[in-house]
Design a protein around this ligand. Structure first.
Ligand code: ADP
Ligand code: MG
Length: 684
């Protein structure tokens, strides 16, 4: 039996239990092993706690003497049992409900009992809840660590633990260590086998810590290792020199604006990279609306002028389309061949495009993830750009580098997500970072307003006033089409119907969401860009990149559904022109933390500041993880909490890079560990 086998194959697990496990996303033996308890779900039973010193809500071991037992019935006719116990420090009352009351049947006053229970103090009285009572016991046996798992209805802790025990047995038969001995030694790691066992059934506090450390290490190490591998490959390659840049100069003269100082600096960084013989690997960080696209265009134009091809990929079809259209208009005079590729491009056209890329007939390719497909190969690719890099997998950008047989393309990635510099280094390997720290001049910060639904009518009347001035409006809803039970939540379809009838009968209103056909999406976006459509009612498909400067109002329905980073991106769709723009957050949520989050949106317009707050509210791992997919797939590690370890691993690899034996061993072990195998699949 193997780790990828279904849990049904385990002893004691039938169809019914398997179904319950499936609800916890546990299908295979390996899933069971990786169902790690949360940090907070361990209880340490290391000594007997005198009743008087029990802390509120502490689960602990108590050694007591039974004073009295009473069976009772509550006003709701619920049966319960009350056991009064004492030890030398004081008294307590054990409360047993329904299915627990059987424990009292064998007890009589005077019995010595050992209890594992949760202490609750009220008005100076101690109650013991969720008690497990032992009448015959050997105290020593009870010392240890208790583990509690997340459950679903119908499944008990005991059953789940039993299932995990069976899985552990299978694991022990299949076990192989995933890391070279040298690494285990150098980092003081326990074996993977010990770690998996102790993460579920820790023998003591120390072993639990060692187990956690080992599993965190495992994830971080293999991530760093793959980044390192790629970096090594990268460093051995040289890229073409791109020293002509007349095209870019000409374009700059023609633009309706001058580059900001920050943009000029970044552009200079890139030109320097192009003239050195090495391969550019650069990350541009700049807040939403800071003007990253024009930098991408200048870069692309330079590659093309020097006789090469360039490619840019964006995370959504809508954004990729927008880039494509913009490039075509802006670059018209250069008479270049620009093509668009996404999964919605017809097979025949796709074939033609692939062919022309290989024959160097296409200068610029714009598109989505589907460009990463191996079949897409270029004749003379000198530059790859990834827009909104945080929406791609950590390792995906590397796919671009393999698109050209002859030399390695220069790489430029762009993102609005502020990441601490050290971390960027570890996560992005050898990417150098350029920042666009200021906004184009003349922008008025978007005014953000937060209201409950009572104001909805006034808000939409206000929207009508904006429309009357010739401006355009976005309305964002969390759902496309609400199910019955989701009546409270705004959906695109319902909202469209409602708004069209009640407020916007004079205007063109359109809907946009991920389920529309590509043609339809294009038509709607084009209509909105040209101003033919005045109101766009949409899901978050417009979250990143979309640029319609005439839109001056963004209304977000059920704003509590969105995270800070997402709200900030959405708000970034307005305020792109010279007009005063507004972002209205509508929410009826009574949850305190969502109000707090929404109020932060009102208070700050700066993405860096908001990211800081997001960090404080949610913890960094989650904040970054959600944005950079791949990083949220760690089961144990947290890239911020563990950033020191990341840096240590990174320099360890660097220092040992000439140790061939070690790297050979690592090559092999990469596929050895079930913990990381699946993790890798998700990284890409
Ligand atoms: P982002 O950094 O979010 O990708 P964009 O590149 O989409 O931002 O730029 C936002 C808007 O700002 C666009 O309409 C763009 O034409 C405009 N823009 C860019 N640079 C400047 C500048 N230096 N001065 C004025 N407007 C600019
Ligand atoms: Mg952009």
């Amino acid at each position: 039996m193997g780790l990828q086998d279904n849990v049904l194959k385990l002893k004691g697990i039938g169809a019914k239990r398997a179904q319950l496990l499936e609800k916890l996303a546990i299908n295979t033996v390996s899933d069971l092993l990786k169902f790690y308890p949360k940090q907070s779900s361990y209880t340490f039973l290391e000594n007997i706690v005198p009743l008087k010193t029990a802390e509120n809500y502490q689960t602990a071991l108590f050694l007591t003497n039974v004073v009295g037992i009473q069976n009772r019935q509550s006003r709701q006719r619920l049966k319960y049992t009350n056991i009064i116990v004492k030890d030398s420090s004081g008294y307590a009352e054990i409360l047993l409900f329904a299915s627990q009351t059987y424990q009292a049947k064998i007890l009589k006053p005077g019995d010595n009992i050992l209890i594992i229970a949760k202490a609750e103090w009220q008005h100076g009285k101690l109650t013991l809840k969720n008690a497990i009572i032992n009448k015959h016991f050997n105290v020593e046996e009870f010392f240890g660590v208790l583990t509690k798992y997340k459950l679903v209805k119908g499944l008990t802790q005991k059953q789940l633990q039993q299932a995990i025990k069976s899985a552990l047995q299978v694991y022990k038969k299949n076990y192989s260590e995933s890391l070279p001995i040298k690494i285990c030694k150098d980092f003081g790691l326990i074996s993977l086998e010990q770690a998996i066992e102790n993460i579920h059934f820790p023998q003591n506090r120390n072993l639990l810590q060692s187990a956690q450390y080992r599993l965190i290490f495992e994830e971080l190490f293999f991530l760093q290792y793959s980044l390192f591998e790629q970096k090594q490959q990268q460093e051995n390659k040289s890229s073409v020199v791109l020293n002509k840049n007349e095209y870019a100069k000409n374009l700059l003269k023609k633009l309706p604006f001058e580059l900001t100082v920050a943009q000029k600096n970044v552009w200079q960084d890139i030109k320097n990279d192009f003239q050195a013989k090495k391969c550019m690997q650069r990350l541009i960080q700049g807040d939403v609306g800071s003007g990253k696209t024009i930098i991408a265009i200048l870069t692309i134009l330079t590659a093309v002028e020097n006789g090469y091809q360039a490619v840019i990929i964006a995370p959504t079809e809508i954004l990729a389309r927008q880039h494509y259209n913009y490039f075509q208009t802006l670059l018209a005079e250069f008479a270049l061949k620009i093509e668009f590729l996404s999964s919605s491009v017809l097979a025949s056209k796709r074939t033609r495009i692939l062919e022309e890329l290989r024959n160097n007939k296409i200068n610029i390719l714009v598109g989505t993830h589907s460009i990463l497909n191996e079949q897409v190969q270029f004749a003379k690719l000198a530059l790859g750009i990834i827009d909104e890099q945080h929406r791609f997998g950590v390792l995906q950008r590397q796919c671009l580098l393999a698109k050209n047989q002859i030399s390695t393309p220069h790489l430029l990635v762009m993102s609005a997500t502020p990441i601490p510099r050290t971390l960027a280094l570890a996560l992005y390997g050898n990417l150098e970072v350029s920042r666009i720290e200021s906004m184009p001049e003349g922008r008025k910060p978007v005014k953000t307003l937060l209201y409950t639904l009572e104001m909805r009518d006034k808000i939409y009347q206000g929207a009508c006033r904006q429309l009357a001035l010739g401006r355009q409006v976005y309305v964002v809803c969390p759902l496309i089409e609400g199910e019955d039970e989701e009546e409270e939540i705004s959906s695109v379809l319902k909202t469209h119907k409602f708004l069209k009838e009640k407020y916007f009968s004079k205007y063109n209103c359109a809907i946009l969401h991920g389920k529309l056909a590509s043609k339809e999406k294009d038509k709607v976006m084009l209509g909105f860009i040209t101003g033919e459509i005045q109101i766009l009612i949409s899901t978050t498909v417009i979250e990143v990149g979309i640029n319609v400067p005439n839109a001056s109002l963004m209304i977000i329905e059920n704003a509590e559904f969105f995270g800070l980073a997402q709200l900030h991106q959405l708000r970034g769709r307005v305020g792109r022109g010279s007009e005063q723009s507004y972002c209205v957050l509508l929410s009826e949520s009574s949850k305190q933390d969502s109000w707090e989050r929404l109020e932060l949106m009102v208070k700050y317009t700066d993405g860096f500041k908001l990211a800081e707050e997001d960090l404080r509210l949610r913890g960094a791992g989650e904040m970054l993880g959600e944005q950079q997919h791949g990083l949220s797939d760690f089961l144990m590690a947290d890239i911020i909490r563990d950033s020191e370890l990341i840096l240590r691993i990174s320099s360890y690899l660097q220092n040992n890079k000439d140790n061939l034996e070690l790297f050979e061993a690592l090559q092999k072990s990469k596929l050895n560990s079930f913990v990381t195998q699946e993790f890798f699949q998700r990284l890409n």
